[in-house]
Design a protein. Structure first.
Length: 71
């Protein structure tokens, strides 16, 4: 009887360890996906910033040409 209880206890404790390892793997996978999404968002934001800077530079160039043409 003691042997049977010991076997059940060992199996139950082993199951808890597997559950903890599985949970850790799931959390790591979610963190990786979150990091990748953050990197994509950052790249997208940088592209928008670059496009806005280019537009501002074009506007400044046009203004300078217009001012030179008026002289």
């Amino acid at each position: 009887m003691r042997t049977l209880v010991a076997i059940f206890a060992t199996v139950a404790l082993a199951g808890c360890g597997l559950d903890a390892a599985s949970s850790a793997a799931t959390v790591a996978s979610l963190k990786k996906a979150e990091l990748e999404q953050g990197q994509k968002d950052m790249q997208h934001a940088q592209q928008k910033i670059d496009a806005m800077q280019q537009q501002l530079q074009q506007n400044a160039d046009r203004s300078m040409r217009a001012a030179d043409a008026e002289k």
